[in-house]
Design a protein around this ligand. Structure first.
Ligand SMILES: Cc1cc2nc3c(=O)[nH]c(=O)nc-3n(C[C@H](O)[C@H](O)[C@H](O)COP(=O)(O)OP(=O)(O)OC[C@H]3O[C@@H](n4cnc5c(N)ncnc54)[C@H](O)[C@@H]3O)c2cc1C
Length: 464
């Protein structure tokens, strides 16, 4: 057993620490396809030396202190659903698996919040609060395979975010163990004007600034009513214009999802006219609000050139929205697929979409490059690009994959966008963060050095 393993056995007990091959293999990578490709090709370097499953914040703190003393890299691990390598551990790392900290601690009916341990799976959390008449309003596609702590650590976005907000709006407070082993808790208040918001430091920190152990989340009463509608558009740009006008005047339908023509044909050919783009709308909340919102969305979509298609495509999406093929499906066929979600202001979004699709189209072996927009704001929206590659020679897969990513991120930055809307940086995007943050990058570096001077927390993620 490693020295850190022996130390943790003494401090936490033998049942909390594992170094057997199966446990190490289960924590060898997250959902980053490049790690899966490298593993298949026998080229995935590194991997954890020890996995610990603490039961309490005190045990997390003892673990982090031991890792600091011994100079061992620490990787917090939620459920490993991250898609950019944030939880693909470097060589000989200590993985802190949060899965034993999975309790719903409190549901507060009067003040509409809950306290939950960071390792609770999203689906279990949602089921527990629904049983009390509430919803989190946060439904990432990975809800059943991601943790509440992982949501905060990656600045996640749910499919109904346009009404309920992303995780940074839903997270009211948190508790975290700093790299020093000290425990910090932010105050439980609806809003504060008490200096910079310390909670925000951990939103998107990706395990590099500490371990999130508990999260306080806003709750929403279950909506009284839900209605669905969809609209076909001749071009993606017409659909974006309809979305812009809808959110601009204050409507917040939880779902406004615009698929470009290839994705509409792939997913909704039973309903969408050929070559059309398709906008899905879900409205929910008090009955009078839903009536008014749906009427406003229909009028705006029609005015922007859309044609009503009906509720069926939306019902189909609701039923199948969390079904995704595994990476093995593609790798078995010597293909690679991935998604890259970016965002920009409305004035830049159309050009960004055109530039990225064009840039991806130039990659050798590209089978299809497509996009949809799933999160809107009065100022702009995201675009979620999907690409599928079939290299003539599979030995070129990694080179072509990295070229696809770098073409997409280059075109995004050149068109004034952000390199990530909600999947985070991980190891895949780390070399692009300095350019994205520009003059603000030294602030991130100073924060990292101040909180983690020895660089023990998740080295290589977020900060290259
Ligand atoms: C099929 C699929 C669909 C997805 N859909 C969405 C979606 O709709 N919206 C979305 O936002 N994302 C989505 N994702 C991405 C992923 O689910 C999110 O990034 C999620 O928030 C990660 O949670 P996790 O618990 O699995 O974290 P992990 O993958 O285990 O870790 C992710 C990062 O967070 C850090 N981390 C995890 N837990 C903690 C903690 N307690 N304290 C400190 N750091 C921690 C890790 O070190 C790592 O850097 C999807 C992924 C898949 C595979």
């Amino acid at each position: 057993m490693t020295e850190i393993g022996q130390t943790l056995v003494r401090e936490l007990g033998a049942d909390r620490v594992a170094e057997d091959a199966a446990t190490l293999a289960a924590h060898r990578m997250d959902y980053w396809i490049l790690a899966h490709l490298r593993a298949r090709q026998g080229r995935l370097a590194g991997g954890p030396a020890c996995v610990v499953r603490p039961r309490s914040t005190a045990e997390v703190a003892a673990t982090v202190r031991a890792a600091q003393r011994l100079g061992v890299a620490v990787v917090p691990y939620g459920a490993g659903s991250g898609v950019v390598g944030g939880a693909t551990p470097p060589d000989r790392a200590l993985v802190i698996d949060l899965s034993a900290m999975d309790a719903l601690l409190e549901v507060h009916d009067t003040a509409l919040y809950s306290r939950v341990q960071a390792g609770m799976l999203g689906g279990a959390y949602e089921a527990a609060v629904r049983a009390r008449g509430y919803t989190s309003g946060h439904y990432p596609q990975s809800i059943d395979r991601s943790t509440v702590g992982g949501w905060v650590a990656t600045r996640a976005a749910g499919q109904f975010s346009t009404r309920y907000g992303n995780i940074e709006e839903l997270c009211l407070g948190l508790e975290a163990v700093l790299p020093s082993g000290e425990v910090v808790r932010t105050a439980l208040v609806p809003r504060a004007s008490a200096g910079p918001n310390v909670r925000e430091i951990f939103l998107g920190s990706e395990g590099t600034l500490g371990v999130i152990t508990e999260v306080t989340l806003r709750l929403q009463p279950l909506p009284a009513r839900r209605e669905l509608a969809s609209f076909a558009f001749r071009t993606f740009h017409d659909g974006l214009e309809a979305m812009r006008r809808i959110v601009r005047v204050g409507w917040r339908p939880p779902v406004l999802r615009l698929y470009d023509a290839p994705e509409a044909a792939r997913n909704f050919s039973a309903w969408a006219p050929a070559d059309a783009c398709l906008l899905l709308v879900v409205s929910e909340g008090p009955t009078t609000l839903v009536d008014a919102e749906l009427a406003a969305c229909a009028a705006t979509a029609t005015d922007a050139g859309g044609t009503a298609v009906g509720p069926e495509p939306v019902a189909h999406w609701l039923e199948h929205r969390n079904v995704v093929p595994s990476w093995d499906f593609f790798l078995d066929r010597e293909m690679l697929a991935d998604t890259i979600e970016v965002a920009a202001t409305w004035d830049r979004l159309g050009a960004l979409y055109t530039a990225v699709i064009g840039a991806l189209g130039g990659v050798e072996g590209m089978v299809v490059a497509s996009g949809h927009s799933s999160h809107s704001y009065p100022q702009g929206a995201n675009i979620y690009f999907t690409f599928v590659l079939k290299p003539a020679n599979f030995a070129d897969a990694e080179r072509l994959y990295l070229e696809s990513w770098s073409r997409t991120l280059r075109a995004t930055l050149d068109n004034g966008g952000t390199i990530s809307h909600h999947h985070g940086i991980g190891r895949m995007r780390a070399s692009w963060v300095a350019e994205e943050l520009g003059s603000a990058y030294p602030v991130l570096l100073a924060l990292k050095r101040a909180l983690d001077p020895a660089g023990v927390m998740n080295p290589g993620a977020l900060i290259a």
